[in-house]
Design a protein around this ligand. Structure first.
Ligand code: COA
Length: 262
């Protein structure tokens, strides 16, 4: 199997009635995102942005998990180098995407699984959803413009709880804090989601694009800059002893020990 075929299997794409759904499909690894998956997502964002038949882009995860975030092993062996790295292209691509971007979150949304939601226009979650950005405990720092957008959305005090302490929050808390559009009943999640996507896809496309440009446009340049600023520090952090200890601990399934670091 070549890389392109492998990428097609780990991002399952369906397109119908104007809705393109990209499904993260590595359930045995909790849909952890690899370089190949980011590359495929970048292609899909480009395609969806220009294809007139696509009205709405929906991100989703297989197996009652949204995504456990960056694949930690892939990240260590292929650290994102520059602006052309697939993960950075994906993040900038989210900012530039002109049509409605929807996330359907079931189960864990960890790391970039939560930060990518800040770029989604509508976020629906089931009662099983949990959100966490465990950057500091991995020796890392925020990404995806979360250092800019999260405090704007939920305030500095709550952003501190999530970004500095890596607190896990449930769907009800995320909804109360303004991170979600709506929590949908877990048992009827698919039906309720389909209903909402169908309503959105039937709206006039140019009015949707203009509205999105007005709502998101003023923040776009600042978001691109934040992504670049964060990426610079993130790369340094990935190469740090703190991150090495955190990754080693994850692989050995033991708590990390940061007591020797200054
Ligand atoms: N990168 C690589 N592998 C990952 C992963 C990640 N981000 N998240 C999970 N996995 C792997 C686990 O190593 C495990 O692999 P194994 O079966 O070969 O041992 C498998 O996925 C299942 O994970 P497990 O932890 O057993 O599932 P769980 O249901 O108990 O917990 C999570 C699910 C998502 C809460 C938990 O896996 C987790 O916290 N993962 C790490 C998230 C993270 O730190 N992301 C990076 C943020 S920058």
């Amino acid at each position: 199997m070549n890389d392109a075929q492998a990428a097609e299997e780990v991002i399952l794409v369906s397109e119908s009635h104007g809705i393109l759904t990209a499904l993260f499909n590595r359930p045995r690894k909790k849909n952890a995102l690899t370089h190949a998956m980011y590359s495929r997502l970048v292609e899909l964002l480009h395609y969806a942005d220009s294809a007139s038949a696509v009205r709405v882009f929906c991100l989703r995860g297989a197996g009652n998990c949204f995504t456990s975030g960056n694949d930690l092993m892939d990240f260590i062996s292929n650290p994102p180098g520059d602006e052309n790295s697939p993960v950075l292209q994906f993040l900038h691509g989210l900012v530039d995407f002109r049509k409605p971007l929807v996330a359907a979150v079931e189960g864990p949304a960890i790391g970039v699984g939560t930060t990518m939601l800040l770029h989604c226009d509508l976020v629906y979650a089931s009662g099983t959803a949990v959100f966490q950005m465990p950057f500091t405990r991995l020796g890392l720092c925020p990404e995806a413009a979360s250092s800019l957008l999260l405090p704007k959305i939920i305030g500095l005090a709550r952003a501190g709880d999530l970004l500095l302490q890596g607190r896990t929050i449930d769907a009800a808390t995320a909804e109360r804090w303004g991170l979600l559009t709506e929590v949908l009943d877990t048992g009827s999640f698919d039906t309720l989601l389909e209903e909402r996507l169908a309503v959105l896809a039937a709206l006039p496309p140019e009015a949707l694009r203009d509205t999105k440009a007005l709502v998101r446009g003023p923040l776009a340049e600042a978001a691109h800059e934040a992504i670049r600023r964060e990426a610079h520090r993130f790369s340094r952090r990935l190469a740090s002893g703190e991150a090495a200890e955190a990754m080693q601990a994850f692989m050995e399934r033991r708590p990390p020990d940061f007591s020797r670091f200054e």
